[in-house]
Design a protein. Sequence first.
Length: 251
Amino acid sequence: MTAFLTWGSGAPLICLHGIGGAADLWAPTAAALPGRQVLAWNQPGYGGNPLLADLSFSTLADNLAAELVQKGITSADFIGHSMGGMVAIELALRHPGLVRTLIPYATTPAFGGKDPSFARDFLAKRLAPLDAGASMAECAAGLVRGMCAPTADPAAEPAAIAAMSLVPEATYRATLACLTTFDRRDALGAITQPTHCIAGAEDKVAPARTMQRMADAIPGATLSLIPGAGHLPHLEQPAAFHATLRSLLDR
């Protein structure tokens, strides 16, 4: 049981996974970044780590900051995928000195719309199979279906399904509820760190147009598109994704 998987040495890059992700899915990214120390965080509830009693974006960011300081890391670059990107944004706002460079990836600055019924309907739809007695393994394929673009690496969807299958049901339920509370749109202008957004050109979950609006709201932020990728570019188009990431980290 460990909060971080760690590879290499050098300037630290912290990788944050999404709701259906896992720290070990960042292993190819670590291999593509020689000369870097890459630390992939198992969010609370994942990788055998206990859930937080009070799960919120503020407690997730504070927990991550405390764990990094315990490891002696007081400044690092951060890339966060999907919900992990939301955690990264929260961290940049709550612990600005810790974040050297912010890379929100396939994510949005808020969940859904402002109408509370959207969150209720979203949760009801996502949880219906579990409420009916299905296991996470039985639900995984349906949850992942449609995330990848048609031209994605054939290994991308099976890897995502395998990761989703291993998420404990209690973790999924709690983290999904937490997801629906996120809204940092009004705070984007307060982000002071160099910020580089990455979007899949065919992402239907965090569309490029939404990420462009987010980049426009963050002072000096940029947006890079990964062609032929949906919501999981690091799995779907790994060569293009890693080339983009290297170029952003070298700036």
